[in-house]
Design a protein around this ligand. Structure first.
Ligand SMILES: [Zn+2]
Length: 297
């Protein structure tokens, strides 16, 4: 009798835990939808001053002091922020280790990449239409300056991310895998707005094993393509997601090849107010829009 009671207790505990986890996940997804539809609450938002929301966001996030000063000392900040928020919300949606996309999120306007002013190294890669336009504009300009961009990775579905993550866990173990690869649902590649670039110089070095997961960022950064992107990408609306020395902020090692299309206004906004660190800007927007979404009459 005692044994049966113990078993029943553990079965009930297990049931409780799983219900609790799925409730938590549902709540998170619901909140994400709220963020995407933040403007539905605009009428409520107007009862608060945007300055107050900026102050609240900055005190909630604890950014480096010069970033906060930059924001507070510039009268155009709020106007520029609101112009960005009026655009496609997926351009500014925070997707990182703590903020994931639903497994069934697939962008509705994926288009296949074809060799053009840029070259592709894998067939059947896709990106959102808006990002392809941004890629074409940037790669034409690079080509005119003698730089040929190669695209090695673009949109990745949830199941593709699972395969990649598993591959890295098998190769390096879990602790290192989480530093260099995204867990399923947390990859910016699922947005269909993100590209991994490569340089022609590096293909052979990859095959010979000279370039590996530890030195790839240095090698790519030293190529003409890596340098050109670092100097010019933001002018075309592309932003480096995992810059050097920001591992603690972004949660990822430096990836000199990984760029997210955020559009020109947001790319300029990131450079002007957030020292070129995309993670800071997207965290700011996430916190700010969450407050608007949470405001009730
Ligand atoms: Zn990438």
């Amino acid at each position: 009798m005692f044994r049966i009671s113990v078993i029943c207790f553990f079965v009930l505990l297990l049931l409780f835990c799983s219900v609790n986890t799925s409730l938590h996940e549902n709540e998170q997804l619901k909140q994400r939808e709220h963020i995407l539809n933040w403007h539905d609450n605009e009428k409520y938002y107007s009862i608060y001053s945007s300055e107050a929301l900026v102050y609240k966001t900055l005190s909630g996030l604890q950014f480096p002091q010069n970033i906060s000063a930059n924001i507070l000392n510039n009268q155009d900040f709020i106007k520029e922020l609101h112009l960005i928020l009026e655009g496609d919300p997926y351009l500014w949606l925070l997707v990182d280790k703590k903020n994931s996309l639903p497994a069934d999120y697939i962008p509705s306007d994926l288009v296949r990449l074809r060799n053009s002013s840029y070259e592709i190294t894998v067939q059947n890669m896709t990106l959102r239409r808006i990002a392809i336009t941004g890629l074409e504009e940037m790669s034409v300009s690079a080509k005119n300056e003698g730089v040929q961009l190669f695209v090695t990775s673009a949109y990745r579905s949830y199941s593709h991310q699972s395969q990649i993550f598993e591959h890295y866990v098998n190769l390096h173990g879990f602790d290192k895998a989480v530093l260099i690869s995204a867990r399923p649902g947390t990859s910016q590649h699922q947005l269909g707005l993100t590209i991994d670039f490569e340089s022609a110089d590096n293909f052979e070095k990859h095959q010979q094993g000279i370039i590996n997961d530890d030195n790839h960022a240095d090698y790519f950064f030293e190529t003409p393509e890596g340098k050109w992107l670092s100097d010019n990408a933001s002018r075309f609306g592309w932003s480096i997601s995992y810059p050097k020395d920001y591992e603690e902020i972004t949660g990822y090692s430096w990836e000199s090849w990984h760029y997210r299309y955020v559009g020109k206004p947001l790319a300029l906004f990131i450079d002007t107010y957030f020292e070129g660190v995309q993670q800071y800007a997207l965290e700011f927007i996430d916190y700010y829009t969450k407050q608007i979404s949470n405001i009730k009459m």
